[in-house]
Write a protein of this length. Structure first.
Length: 114
């Protein structure tokens, strides 16, 4: 019997699971960048994939998706203009993370260093 190619949905699910496992480790009061999560999940250079995986989470997920920001320390706006941007900021502020006058998180202070 010839080998069959892997099911692409299984591959995506496994990839997303690896991303979620990294995000679940980000401590309260810290943030990680999309690129950092990708590298720690064994997916260097796949920061955009991290964004896709996080946007696929259910609304009340236990995964702390809000702790992932872009490389400039900013919340990446959603293309659909959802209220998740404000929710993300409020969750981060509730955890003690501050933003500067340009809406950046000082990564030198809050970046997770596993």
């Amino acid at each position: 019997m010839p080998d069959t190619p892997p099911d692409p949905m299984t591959t995506v699910s496994d990839t997303y699971r690896a991303i979620y496992a990294v995000v679940a480790r980000i401590p309260r009061g810290n943030v990680a960048t999309y690129g950092q999560v990708a590298a720690l999940a064994g997916l260097p250079g796949r920061a955009r994939l991290v964004g896709y995986a996080l946007s696929a989470l259910a609304g009340r997920s236990a995964i702390p998706w809000h702790r992932v920001v872009n490389a400039q320390g900013r919340i990446s706006p959603r293309s659909c203009g959802s209220e998740a941007d404000m929710e993300q900021r409020l969750r981060l502020e509730h955890e003690g993370i501050s933003f500067d006058a340009t809406d950046r998180i000082p990564l030198d202070r809050f970046l997770w260093r596993p």
